[in-house]
Design a protein around this ligand. Structure first.
Ligand SMILES: [Zn+2]
Length: 432
Protein backbone atom coordinates (compact mmCIF):
# COMPACT_ATOMS: atom_id res chain seq x y z
CA UNK A 1 0.00 0.00 0.00
CA UNK A 2 1.28 3.48 -0.74
CA UNK A 3 0.82 6.86 0.80
CA UNK A 4 -0.47 8.60 -2.27
CA UNK A 5 -1.10 12.20 -3.06
CA UNK A 6 -4.79 11.38 -3.14
CA UNK A 7 -4.86 10.08 0.43
CA UNK A 8 -3.53 13.37 1.78
CA UNK A 9 -5.35 15.53 -0.77
CA UNK A 10 -8.63 13.89 0.30
CA UNK A 11 -8.02 15.44 3.72
CA UNK A 12 -7.58 19.00 2.41
CA UNK A 13 -10.83 20.29 3.95
CA UNK A 14 -10.03 18.53 7.23
CA UNK A 15 -6.55 20.09 7.27
CA UNK A 16 -7.94 23.58 6.71
CA UNK A 17 -10.57 23.16 9.42
CA UNK A 18 -8.02 21.74 11.86
CA UNK A 19 -5.58 24.60 11.27
CA UNK A 20 -8.37 27.14 11.73
CA UNK A 21 -9.51 25.52 14.97
CA UNK A 22 -5.96 25.57 16.38
CA UNK A 23 -5.45 29.24 15.47
CA UNK A 24 -8.80 30.14 17.08
CA UNK A 25 -7.50 28.99 20.47
CA UNK A 26 -5.37 32.01 21.46
CA UNK A 27 -2.49 30.34 23.28
CA UNK A 28 -0.62 33.56 23.94
CA UNK A 29 2.75 33.38 25.67
CA UNK A 30 3.24 35.33 27.81
CA UNK A 31 1.29 34.76 29.94
CA UNK A 32 0.49 31.18 28.87
CA UNK A 33 -3.16 31.40 27.88
CA UNK A 34 -5.53 28.50 27.06
CA UNK A 35 -2.83 25.82 27.13
CA UNK A 36 -5.23 23.25 28.59
CA UNK A 37 -7.84 24.06 25.93
CA UNK A 38 -5.52 23.35 23.03
CA UNK A 39 -4.25 20.14 24.66
CA UNK A 40 -7.86 19.03 25.22
CA UNK A 41 -8.65 19.83 21.60
CA UNK A 42 -5.81 17.65 20.24
CA UNK A 43 -6.67 14.86 22.68
CA UNK A 44 -10.38 14.96 21.78
CA UNK A 45 -9.49 14.60 18.13
CA UNK A 46 -7.10 11.65 18.42
CA UNK A 47 -8.50 9.66 21.38
CA UNK A 48 -11.64 8.46 19.51
CA UNK A 49 -9.32 7.22 16.74
CA UNK A 50 -7.63 4.82 19.16
CA UNK A 51 -4.78 7.02 20.41
CA UNK A 52 -3.81 7.07 24.08
CA UNK A 53 -3.47 10.48 25.71
CA UNK A 54 -1.12 11.76 28.39
CA UNK A 55 -1.84 15.21 29.85
CA UNK A 56 1.24 16.55 31.57
CA UNK A 57 1.47 19.76 33.55
CA UNK A 58 4.90 21.24 34.28
CA UNK A 59 4.17 22.29 37.86
CA UNK A 60 7.63 23.62 38.68
CA UNK A 61 8.24 25.43 35.40
CA UNK A 62 8.67 29.21 35.22
CA UNK A 63 5.28 30.83 34.85
CA UNK A 64 3.23 27.83 36.00
CA UNK A 65 0.43 28.87 38.36
CA UNK A 66 -3.24 28.09 38.87
CA UNK A 67 -4.20 30.87 36.48
CA UNK A 68 -1.68 29.89 33.77
CA UNK A 69 -0.89 26.20 34.14
CA UNK A 70 1.77 24.83 31.77
CA UNK A 71 -0.11 21.97 30.06
CA UNK A 72 1.34 19.59 27.51
CA UNK A 73 -0.21 16.64 25.69
CA UNK A 74 1.34 13.52 24.19
CA UNK A 75 -0.87 11.29 22.03
CA UNK A 76 0.38 7.83 21.08
CA UNK A 77 -0.81 5.34 18.50
CA UNK A 78 0.45 1.83 19.20
CA UNK A 79 -0.74 -1.07 17.06
CA UNK A 80 0.90 -3.53 19.42
CA UNK A 81 3.77 -4.54 17.16
CA UNK A 82 7.45 -4.01 17.98
CA UNK A 83 9.29 -1.17 16.32
CA UNK A 84 10.59 2.36 16.69
CA UNK A 85 8.74 5.36 18.07
CA UNK A 86 8.43 8.35 15.76
CA UNK A 87 7.55 11.53 17.65
CA UNK A 88 6.23 14.76 16.09
CA UNK A 89 6.66 17.65 18.52
CA UNK A 90 4.98 21.01 18.03
CA UNK A 91 4.87 23.88 20.47
CA UNK A 92 1.33 25.14 20.93
CA UNK A 93 2.17 28.60 22.30
CA UNK A 94 2.22 31.74 20.15
CA UNK A 95 3.80 35.15 20.65
CA UNK A 96 1.93 38.40 21.19
CA UNK A 97 -0.09 39.85 18.31
CA UNK A 98 1.67 43.21 17.95
CA UNK A 99 0.54 45.96 15.58
CA UNK A 100 -0.03 46.14 11.85
CA UNK A 101 -2.55 43.36 11.28
CA UNK A 102 -5.12 43.63 8.48
CA UNK A 103 -6.69 40.22 9.40
CA UNK A 104 -8.19 38.95 12.64
CA UNK A 105 -5.16 37.39 14.38
CA UNK A 106 -7.32 34.68 15.95
CA UNK A 107 -9.93 34.40 13.18
CA UNK A 108 -8.21 31.60 11.27
CA UNK A 109 -9.41 33.15 8.03
CA UNK A 110 -8.90 30.99 4.92
CA UNK A 111 -8.51 33.08 1.76
CA UNK A 112 -9.25 30.68 -1.10
CA UNK A 113 -7.79 32.92 -3.83
CA UNK A 114 -4.39 32.76 -2.09
CA UNK A 115 -5.01 29.38 -0.46
CA UNK A 116 -3.60 30.78 2.76
CA UNK A 117 -4.80 30.67 6.33
CA UNK A 118 -4.06 33.77 8.39
CA UNK A 119 -3.51 34.16 12.09
CA UNK A 120 -1.03 34.41 14.94
CA UNK A 121 0.74 31.07 15.05
CA UNK A 122 -0.43 30.06 11.54
CA UNK A 123 3.13 29.34 10.42
CA UNK A 124 4.85 29.23 13.86
CA UNK A 125 3.61 26.59 14.28
CA UNK A 126 -0.02 25.53 14.31
CA UNK A 127 0.20 24.83 10.58
CA UNK A 128 3.02 22.38 11.30
CA UNK A 129 1.05 20.78 14.13
CA UNK A 130 -1.98 20.39 11.84
CA UNK A 131 0.14 18.94 9.01
CA UNK A 132 1.70 16.36 11.35
CA UNK A 133 -1.73 15.33 12.72
CA UNK A 134 -3.13 14.88 9.20
CA UNK A 135 0.00 12.95 8.17
CA UNK A 136 -0.27 10.66 11.19
CA UNK A 137 -4.01 10.10 10.71
CA UNK A 138 -3.46 9.24 7.06
CA UNK A 139 -0.64 6.85 7.90
CA UNK A 140 -2.61 5.08 10.64
CA UNK A 141 -5.65 4.71 8.35
CA UNK A 142 -3.47 3.13 5.67
CA UNK A 143 -1.33 1.02 8.00
CA UNK A 144 -3.62 0.10 10.92
CA UNK A 145 -1.21 -2.69 11.97
CA UNK A 146 1.94 -0.57 11.67
CA UNK A 147 5.10 -1.33 13.63
CA UNK A 148 6.19 0.70 16.66
CA UNK A 149 4.48 3.85 17.80
CA UNK A 150 3.48 7.21 16.36
CA UNK A 151 3.43 10.11 18.80
CA UNK A 152 2.08 13.62 18.43
CA UNK A 153 2.88 16.13 21.15
CA UNK A 154 1.70 19.71 21.61
CA UNK A 155 3.92 21.44 24.13
CA UNK A 156 4.09 24.68 26.08
CA UNK A 157 6.40 27.65 26.25
CA UNK A 158 8.79 27.11 23.32
CA UNK A 159 8.68 30.85 22.74
CA UNK A 160 9.98 31.45 26.25
CA UNK A 161 12.62 28.74 26.42
CA UNK A 162 10.58 25.52 26.50
CA UNK A 163 11.08 24.84 30.22
CA UNK A 164 7.37 24.25 30.78
CA UNK A 165 7.22 22.13 27.63
CA UNK A 166 9.80 19.92 25.95
CA UNK A 167 12.43 20.41 28.69
CA UNK A 168 9.93 19.17 31.26
CA UNK A 169 8.88 16.17 29.15
CA UNK A 170 12.54 15.29 28.56
CA UNK A 171 13.29 15.53 32.30
CA UNK A 172 10.35 13.23 33.01
CA UNK A 173 11.78 10.64 30.61
CA UNK A 174 9.19 11.00 27.87
CA UNK A 175 11.87 10.75 25.16
CA UNK A 176 13.57 7.70 26.69
CA UNK A 177 11.80 5.29 24.34
CA UNK A 178 11.67 7.58 21.32
CA UNK A 179 13.97 6.91 18.36
CA UNK A 180 13.05 9.67 15.89
CA UNK A 181 11.87 13.24 16.49
CA UNK A 182 10.53 15.67 13.91
CA UNK A 183 9.71 19.22 15.02
CA UNK A 184 7.43 20.79 12.37
CA UNK A 185 8.76 24.35 12.76
CA UNK A 186 8.31 26.51 9.63
CA UNK A 187 11.58 25.84 7.83
CA UNK A 188 10.03 25.32 4.39
CA UNK A 189 8.70 22.08 2.94
CA UNK A 190 11.84 21.12 1.02
CA UNK A 191 14.42 21.77 3.76
CA UNK A 192 15.63 19.79 6.73
CA UNK A 193 16.84 21.78 9.70
CA UNK A 194 19.63 19.89 11.43
CA UNK A 195 19.98 22.07 14.50
CA UNK A 196 20.87 25.51 15.76
CA UNK A 197 23.72 27.76 16.89
CA UNK A 198 24.61 28.22 20.53
CA UNK A 199 23.53 31.09 22.78
CA UNK A 200 25.12 32.97 25.63
CA UNK A 201 23.24 35.84 27.24
CA UNK A 202 25.03 37.84 29.85
CA UNK A 203 24.71 41.10 31.71
CA UNK A 204 27.76 43.30 32.01
CA UNK A 205 27.72 46.00 34.65
CA UNK A 206 30.27 48.76 35.03
CA UNK A 207 30.60 50.50 38.37
CA UNK A 208 31.47 54.13 39.14
CA UNK A 209 30.82 56.63 41.95
CA UNK A 210 27.86 58.97 42.24
CA UNK A 211 28.54 62.72 42.51
CA UNK A 212 26.98 66.05 41.59
CA UNK A 213 26.70 66.48 37.81
CA UNK A 214 28.26 69.94 38.02
CA UNK A 215 31.45 68.43 39.48
CA UNK A 216 31.81 65.17 37.59
CA UNK A 217 35.51 65.02 38.49
CA UNK A 218 34.41 64.19 42.06
CA UNK A 219 32.63 61.06 40.85
CA UNK A 220 33.34 58.30 38.39
CA UNK A 221 30.99 57.89 35.44
CA UNK A 222 29.87 54.28 34.89
CA UNK A 223 28.35 55.23 31.51
CA UNK A 224 31.73 56.48 30.23
CA UNK A 225 33.26 53.20 31.36
CA UNK A 226 30.57 51.32 29.42
CA UNK A 227 31.25 53.58 26.43
CA UNK A 228 34.85 52.40 26.52
CA UNK A 229 33.66 48.78 26.71
CA UNK A 230 31.45 49.22 23.64
CA UNK A 231 34.24 51.05 21.80
CA UNK A 232 36.55 48.12 22.49
CA UNK A 233 33.86 45.75 21.18
CA UNK A 234 33.64 47.79 17.98
CA UNK A 235 37.41 47.95 17.59
CA UNK A 236 38.37 44.34 18.33
CA UNK A 237 35.44 42.01 19.04
CA UNK A 238 33.07 42.65 16.13
CA UNK A 239 35.83 42.18 13.52
CA UNK A 240 36.95 39.00 15.31
CA UNK A 241 33.40 37.58 15.33
CA UNK A 242 32.75 38.48 11.68
CA UNK A 243 35.88 36.51 10.78
CA UNK A 244 34.68 33.34 12.49
CA UNK A 245 32.87 31.27 9.89
CA UNK A 246 31.06 27.99 10.41
CA UNK A 247 30.66 24.87 8.34
CA UNK A 248 27.08 24.69 9.71
CA UNK A 249 24.62 25.48 6.88
CA UNK A 250 23.02 28.31 8.86
CA UNK A 251 20.35 30.42 7.20
CA UNK A 252 20.28 33.29 6.55
CA UNK A 253 23.84 33.48 5.24
CA UNK A 254 24.70 36.38 7.59
CA UNK A 255 24.32 34.04 10.56
CA UNK A 256 27.17 31.79 9.38
CA UNK A 257 29.48 33.98 11.45
CA UNK A 258 29.51 34.42 15.18
CA UNK A 259 27.22 37.30 16.12
CA UNK A 260 26.78 39.65 19.05
CA UNK A 261 23.80 41.83 19.81
CA UNK A 262 23.62 44.37 22.59
CA UNK A 263 20.01 43.86 23.66
CA UNK A 264 19.77 46.81 26.02
CA UNK A 265 21.68 49.49 27.86
CA UNK A 266 20.73 51.21 31.08
CA UNK A 267 22.75 53.72 33.07
CA UNK A 268 22.11 56.40 35.66
CA UNK A 269 18.66 57.54 36.68
CA UNK A 270 15.75 55.26 35.72
CA UNK A 271 13.62 56.19 32.71
CA UNK A 272 10.99 58.78 33.77
CA UNK A 273 7.42 57.56 33.89
CA UNK A 274 5.14 58.28 30.96
CA UNK A 275 3.73 61.80 31.29
CA UNK A 276 6.42 62.97 33.67
CA UNK A 277 7.25 66.58 32.84
CA UNK A 278 9.89 67.08 35.53
CA UNK A 279 13.55 67.62 34.78
CA UNK A 280 16.21 65.05 35.59
CA UNK A 281 18.55 65.50 38.58
CA UNK A 282 22.24 66.17 37.94
CA UNK A 283 24.05 62.99 39.00
CA UNK A 284 27.13 61.14 37.83
CA UNK A 285 25.83 57.59 37.16
CA UNK A 286 27.45 54.93 39.32
CA UNK A 287 25.97 51.94 37.47
CA UNK A 288 25.64 51.05 33.80
CA UNK A 289 24.42 47.71 32.46
CA UNK A 290 24.20 46.08 29.09
CA UNK A 291 22.67 42.73 28.17
CA UNK A 292 24.54 40.94 25.43
CA UNK A 293 23.23 38.16 23.18
CA UNK A 294 26.15 36.20 21.78
CA UNK A 295 25.33 33.47 19.23
CA UNK A 296 28.10 30.98 18.71
CA UNK A 297 29.09 28.26 16.30
CA UNK A 298 29.57 24.53 16.68
CA UNK A 299 33.29 25.15 16.12
CA UNK A 300 33.45 27.37 19.25
CA UNK A 301 33.49 26.35 22.92
CA UNK A 302 31.30 28.23 25.38
CA UNK A 303 34.36 28.74 27.59
CA UNK A 304 36.15 30.43 24.70
CA UNK A 305 33.11 32.65 24.04
CA UNK A 306 33.03 33.77 27.67
CA UNK A 307 36.81 34.12 27.70
CA UNK A 308 36.69 36.67 24.85
CA UNK A 309 34.45 38.97 26.91
CA UNK A 310 36.54 38.49 30.06
CA UNK A 311 39.72 39.36 28.13
CA UNK A 312 38.02 42.38 26.54
CA UNK A 313 36.95 43.71 29.94
CA UNK A 314 40.49 43.31 31.23
CA UNK A 315 41.88 45.25 28.26
CA UNK A 316 39.48 48.09 29.02
CA UNK A 317 40.36 48.00 32.73
CA UNK A 318 44.07 48.26 31.90
CA UNK A 319 43.30 51.62 30.24
CA UNK A 320 40.86 52.80 32.91
CA UNK A 321 42.20 52.24 36.40
CA UNK A 322 38.93 53.30 38.11
CA UNK A 323 36.87 50.68 36.33
CA UNK A 324 35.33 47.78 38.19
CA UNK A 325 32.74 45.50 36.64
CA UNK A 326 30.69 42.35 36.93
CA UNK A 327 29.66 39.81 34.31
CA UNK A 328 26.54 37.76 35.09
CA UNK A 329 25.44 34.72 33.08
CA UNK A 330 21.77 34.83 32.15
CA UNK A 331 21.19 31.96 29.73
CA UNK A 332 23.21 29.48 27.72
CA UNK A 333 22.52 26.85 25.08
CA UNK A 334 25.12 24.63 23.45
CA UNK A 335 24.92 24.38 19.63
CA UNK A 336 23.15 21.29 18.33
CA UNK A 337 23.53 19.67 14.92
CA UNK A 338 22.22 16.27 13.90
CA UNK A 339 24.38 14.20 11.59
CA UNK A 340 23.29 14.09 7.95
CA UNK A 341 23.51 10.31 8.10
CA UNK A 342 21.09 10.05 11.04
CA UNK A 343 18.09 7.83 10.17
CA UNK A 344 15.46 10.57 10.52
CA UNK A 345 17.49 12.85 8.24
CA UNK A 346 18.02 10.24 5.53
CA UNK A 347 14.39 9.11 5.62
CA UNK A 348 13.05 12.67 5.45
CA UNK A 349 15.45 13.62 2.64
CA UNK A 350 14.31 10.60 0.61
CA UNK A 351 10.65 11.47 1.24
CA UNK A 352 11.18 15.09 0.16
CA UNK A 353 12.76 13.87 -3.05
CA UNK A 354 9.89 11.47 -3.75
CA UNK A 355 7.12 13.92 -2.95
CA UNK A 356 8.54 17.15 -4.35
CA UNK A 357 10.89 15.80 -6.99
CA UNK A 358 13.67 17.99 -5.66
CA UNK A 359 16.70 17.32 -3.52
CA UNK A 360 16.31 18.23 0.15
CA UNK A 361 18.15 21.31 1.38
CA UNK A 362 19.96 21.19 4.72
CA UNK A 363 19.87 24.19 7.01
CA UNK A 364 20.71 25.19 10.56
CA UNK A 365 18.66 27.75 12.46
CA UNK A 366 20.32 30.98 13.62
CA UNK A 367 18.27 30.87 16.84
CA UNK A 368 17.44 27.95 19.08
CA UNK A 369 14.27 25.92 19.39
CA UNK A 370 13.19 22.86 21.38
CA UNK A 371 15.76 20.55 19.76
CA UNK A 372 18.19 21.75 22.47
CA UNK A 373 16.19 19.98 25.18
CA UNK A 374 15.75 16.78 23.19
CA UNK A 375 19.50 16.73 22.56
CA UNK A 376 20.76 17.81 26.00
CA UNK A 377 18.15 16.46 28.41
CA UNK A 378 16.56 13.73 26.30
CA UNK A 379 19.96 12.58 25.01
CA UNK A 380 18.47 11.93 21.60
CA UNK A 381 20.51 13.04 18.59
CA UNK A 382 18.16 11.70 15.94
CA UNK A 383 16.08 14.89 15.78
CA UNK A 384 15.32 17.47 13.09
CA UNK A 385 13.02 20.36 12.42
CA UNK A 386 10.93 19.86 9.30
CA UNK A 387 7.66 21.60 8.56
CA UNK A 388 5.65 23.86 6.27
CA UNK A 389 5.79 27.63 6.17
CA UNK A 390 8.15 30.52 5.66
CA UNK A 391 10.31 31.23 8.70
CA UNK A 392 10.43 34.99 7.98
CA UNK A 393 6.67 35.24 8.64
CA UNK A 394 7.03 33.99 12.20
CA UNK A 395 6.12 36.63 14.81
CA UNK A 396 5.10 39.11 12.02
CA UNK A 397 1.73 40.81 11.49
CA UNK A 398 -0.57 38.99 9.03
CA UNK A 399 1.26 35.72 9.62
CA UNK A 400 -0.03 33.02 7.28
CA UNK A 401 0.45 29.43 6.22
CA UNK A 402 -0.08 28.09 2.70
CA UNK A 403 -2.50 25.16 2.45
CA UNK A 404 -0.51 23.66 -0.45
CA UNK A 405 2.69 23.75 1.62
CA UNK A 406 0.94 22.04 4.53
CA UNK A 407 -0.40 19.31 2.21
CA UNK A 408 3.05 18.77 0.69
CA UNK A 409 4.80 18.49 4.00
CA UNK A 410 2.03 16.23 5.34
CA UNK A 411 2.78 13.93 2.39
CA UNK A 412 6.47 13.98 3.30
CA UNK A 413 5.70 13.24 6.97
CA UNK A 414 3.31 10.42 6.08
CA UNK A 415 5.98 8.90 3.83
CA UNK A 416 8.55 9.13 6.62
CA UNK A 417 6.14 7.21 8.86
CA UNK A 418 5.55 4.63 6.14
CA UNK A 419 9.30 4.18 5.68
CA UNK A 420 10.09 3.91 9.39
CA UNK A 421 6.99 2.09 10.64
CA UNK A 422 5.16 0.78 7.57
CA UNK A 423 4.40 -2.90 7.73
CA UNK A 424 5.38 -3.67 4.17
CA UNK A 425 8.74 -3.53 2.46
CA UNK A 426 7.14 -1.52 -0.36
CA UNK A 427 6.09 1.26 2.02
CA UNK A 428 6.16 4.67 0.47
CA UNK A 429 6.47 3.83 -3.17
CA UNK A 430 4.96 6.15 -5.70
CA UNK A 431 4.14 9.27 -3.80
CA UNK A 432 4.04 11.75 -6.60
ZN1 LIG B 1 8.18 28.07 16.63
Amino acid sequence: MNITTTAIEARRAALIALTQDLIRIPTLNPPGLNYRDICDYVAARLQPQGWTVQMIRAHDAPGDCEKYPRWNVICTHDAGRPGDTVHFNSHHDVVEVGHGWTRDPFGGEHVPAEDRIYGRGACDMKGGLAASIIAAETFVAMYPDHAGRVQISATADEESGGYGGVAHLAEQGHFANVQHVIIPEPLHKDRICLGHRGVWWAEIETHGRIAHGSMPFLGDCAVRHMGAVIEEMERTLYPLLAGKRTAMPVIPEGARSSTLNINSIHGGAPEPEEGNTGLPAPCVPDRCRIVIDRRFLIEEQLSEVKGEIAALMERVRAERPGLSYEIRDLFEVIPSMTDRDAPVVRTTAAAIERVLGTEAGYVVSPGTYDQKHIDRIGRLKNCIAYGPGVLDLAHQPDEWIGVGDMLDSARVMALVLADLLGSEADSGGTAA
